[in-house]
Each structure stands twice: as C-alpha cells, then as structure tokens.
Design a protein. Structure first.
Length: 488
C-alpha cells in the first residue's frame, strides 16, 4: 500500500562564492599568496600592482563598492549587458589597504617558524629515493596510506591485498606486499610502518649502531617482550645472565626509542617548514597593537585592457555574433575579477576582526606573557563577540600564527575549555596541563605516579580532576603511562 507524506525540511546551502570565500579565509599567508597567483594566472582580467589611472586610495575596510554578484550562468544574453557598468571607475577599484591594517615592517617580522608538515607526504617523498617499478611504487604508496598518525599499520597483510584489489585495481599477493613492507620499514622516522609495538621497537633497535647494550635490548624485545612490559627486571637478569648494570644499559637503549614514530609529526617535536606570521601583536605604551601581515592585502584592480575591449564593443555599430561571444567571455572574467577582489577584502576584514577579538579577550596574557593569565576561551565566545559563525572563527584559528612579544604562537592554542577550581573560579585547562606536566617532570622515576595519584596531587593543589581526565590530558601532552615512565 502506497502512502504519501509531506515533510518540511529546513536546510541551508552555500553558494559556490560563499564556499570559495570560506576556503580563502582558511588559508594562511603563504598559501593565500599561492592561491592569489593561481587566480591571476587563470583570470587575465585580474591584475596586481598600481593602476596608474586610479589616484584615490581606499580605506582598509571600505566596502561601499556595489559589486554585482558573479553568477556562472551557462549563457548570457548580450542584449542585456550594460556596458557602462563595466566602464565605471567605481567598478574597477585599485584595491589597497592602509597601515592601520598592516605594518610597514612586515618583512622584518617574517621569520622561520615551526609548522606541521604532512606525515604521509613526507613518507611519499622518501619513497622517491628508492628505485622501484611502477607496480612496486603503487603498493608502497598504498602501504604508506595505510599508516596511521602514530606510525603503525593496524591491518593484516591479507586485508591490504584485498583492499588494493577492490579499491585500486592492484592485484598482488601477500609475499609481494611483505617484500615492499620491508622497504617502507627503511623510511624515517625509524619504526614507521610497524604492525605492533614490539615490531616498532625492534625496527628502531636494528637501525642503531651495534653494541653490547643494543644486542641485549634486541634480545629482550624479541624474546622477553612481555617480561619487559611488566618491568620484571629480576626475571630478565636471570634469563640473560647479566648484571643489573648491564640490564640497565639495555633498558636505557629501549627507553630512548619512540613508541609512536608518527607522533613526531603531531606532538611537540614536529617536522618543520618555513611559515610566516599572519598577525603581529606589539605592546605600545602599555596598549596592545594588532597588525595584519601586509602580504594578506595585495593591490589588485580590474584590467584596463578588458575595459577597453568592452568600450570597443559598445562603440561598435555592427555587433557580430563573434563579438557577442567575446563580450560574454569578457563579462564573465570581469565579474570574476571583481568578486575575487571583494572576497579578498572580506577575508582581510574577517581575519582582522577575529584576531582583534581574541587579543582583547586574552588581553592579560598578551600584556605579560604569563600563561596562567590565559582565560578559558571557546570558539563560541569569539563568534558571539564579532557576530560570525563558529565555523568561520575556527577557520581563522586553526591555521594562522601570531607574532607576540613572547614568541610566535598558533592561534588555536589560545582556545581551551574552562574548569572550576576549589575556590569556585574558572581556570583554563592550559594552566592545569602545565601543572600536570610539572608534577610528572618532578616525580621519582623509579616510582612514577599513576593517574589516580596524579589526580590526588592536583586535587591538593586546588584542581579537583577525575582520573580519566588526567589520563586524557596526559595523552594530549604525549606523556606515557606510569609503567612506561619507570626507570631502573
């Protein structure tokens, strides 16, 4: 039996232009410059630098130009095109941004900084140093793609063989994949591509210079891994007939290894590339001063040549079909150029307004640099202050850096949840993590503190935190469990 139902559904769809704007907002300075170059290469109606015929300058956030929205229609009626609209000086601005939005010494502030590099891309780049056939390279790249963020392959070889056949059309066998996996195991960081912790540690040990201590460490991991993980040191001494000092040297070799080789890309020891701060905060007469890197404010204008072509079409008495086709193309390029100029202005304003709100929200911290003065701050706090969507604030915070008197910081690191201490005051989780890190650093390494004891210590310091929360913060700080922190 068929039934008809009437359903009302409320949904919001972003236009292609809105999506493009969101993507522009997300880009940091260097990526934005690359995107700008691509747009200028694709659209000859968009030009950079000064337009010599324009003598006026626009204010940084002056948005009085009434640009037409560029709609990528399949067809355009040439008879409906208002040529004058594209010949007006108001429609072809020389877009500039003044010093209250960016600093005259931007170049002086650009310095090499730490920023994450794609873990998997780095591994793919290393594969290029090996001589492989096309089939071998396909398998190797698939294996690299199967490596998780911690550096492990958590799948069986048979699953990988099947997956390659179904999703990539690559037909091979387990023996061939195992052979290529040995090549992946040669990549850096050492231990990457392991299928479990034991294999990960063995791979790292076998890459070390052979010594008596390394040989003992290999034997321990290879033959007595369970006894090692349970810290049964007396059993290991008897098993290998070594002194306590010899065992200690072997254990030291193991403890210097990295149980999460991929974590170097997501933890504190990141692979780095050169980036440029997107903002700078200075203290002038005890007041905070924010500037946006001038490279985010390029000088753009619509091509005069394209304006002249439109004028030629307007003045022409005999408008052929070829001319009409040409003017359709020109209109599309002019609309696109004007939209892009306006989008850059919107991007610039969004970046500045968002960072300005963050600066004022965290004013105490930016004035003295004491992380204890960082207030709990979530995306909604800033979004409510400036009237923007939370997702927009997130796009600004996730990929941008700010140069401060206390170093260059990733903006998203200023955001944290709130927690109430025993005085009923809201404190930032950043402060709590710093205290936890200090407590662990000062513990007796022969008897490291388990999470429940860490919770008790922080409670004594005025921060009542559950054990599971301690475990979560410890993981975020990339600190192993107590058993793995134990020293002989």
């Amino acid at each position: 039996m068929l039934k008809q139902f009437l359903n009302l559904k409320l949904s919001q769809k972003l236009s292609p232009q809105q999506i493009q704007l969101m993507k522009l907002i997300q880009l940091p300075t260097q990526a934005f410059e690359q995107r700008l170059l691509e747009e200028m290469n694709e659209n000859p109606a968009l030009e950079g630098g000064d337009d010599q015929e324009e003598t006026y300058e626009k204010d940084e956030f002056d948005n009085n130009e009434d640009y037409d929205e560029y709609e990528d229609n399949d067809s355009i009626d040439s008879g409906d095109i208002n040529i004058d609209e594209y010949l007006s000086n108001d429609e072809t601005p020389d877009y500039k941004t003044q010093a209250n939005n960016y600093s005259d010494d931007d170049e002086e502030r650009e310095s090499p900084l730490s920023a994450p590099v794609s873990f998997h891309q780095d591994l793919i780049n290393q594969l290029n140093t090996f001589i492989l056939t096309d089939d071998q390279r396909d398998i190797a790249e698939f294996l690299v793609g199967s490596i998780d963020d911690m550096g492990y392959i958590r799948r069986t070889i048979q699953d990988i063989v099947d997956d390659m056949a179904f999703t990539q059309g690559i037909y091979t066998d387990e023996k061939t994949v195992e052979k290529i996996l040995h090549i992946v195991h040669e990549l850096e960081p050492s231990g990457v591509g392991a299928r479990d912790l034991q294999e990960c540690l063995l791979l790292q040990l076998k890459h070390k210079t052979p010594t008596e201590s390394v040989a003992l460490a290999i034997s321990i991991i290879q033959d007595q891994f369970e006894a090692f993980t349970k810290k049964h040191y007396d059993k290991l001494i008897l098993k290998f007939s070594v002194s306590r000092e010899q065992l200690k040297n072997g254990i030291d070799e193991i403890e210097r290894l990295n149980p999460k080789p991929g974590g170097a890309f997501t933890g504190s020891n990141k692979m780095t590339e050169h980036v440029v701060p997107d903002f700078a905060i200075k203290i002038v007469d005890n007041e905070l001063e924010l500037t946006l890197n001038g490279r985010n404010a390029p000088e753009l204008h619509v091509s005069k040549d394209y304006q002249d072509m439109m004028k030629t079409y307007k003045d022409s008495k005999d408008k052929s079909n070829a001319q009409k086709d040409a003017v359709q193309f020109i209109k599309q390029k002019l609309d696109s150029a004007k939209w892009f100029i306006d989008a850059i202005k919107q991007r610039q304003e969004t970046l500045y307004v968002t960072m300005n709100a963050i600066m004022h929200f965290q004013q105490e911290y930016f004035l003295d640099g004491d992380e204890a003065n960082l207030k709990p701050m979530i995306l909604k706090d800033i979004a409510d202050m400036i009237g923007l969507d939370i997702s927009t604030v997130s796009r600004v915070a996730n990929s941008k850096y700010v140069d401060t008197p206390y170093g260059t910081k990733l903006i998203k690191e200023f955001f944290s949840e709130a927690m109430t201490n025993d005085q009923g005051e809201e404190v930032s989780t950043i402060e709590i993590k710093n205290i936890l890190q200090t407590v662990i650093a000062e513990e007796d390494k022969s008897k490291p503190l388990p999470d429940d004891q860490l919770a008790d210590i922080l409670k004594e310091k005025g921060y009542p935190i559950a054990r599971r929360t301690i475990a979560k913060y410890r993981e975020q700080l990339d600190i192993p469990v107590a058993r793995m922190r134990k020293k002989m």
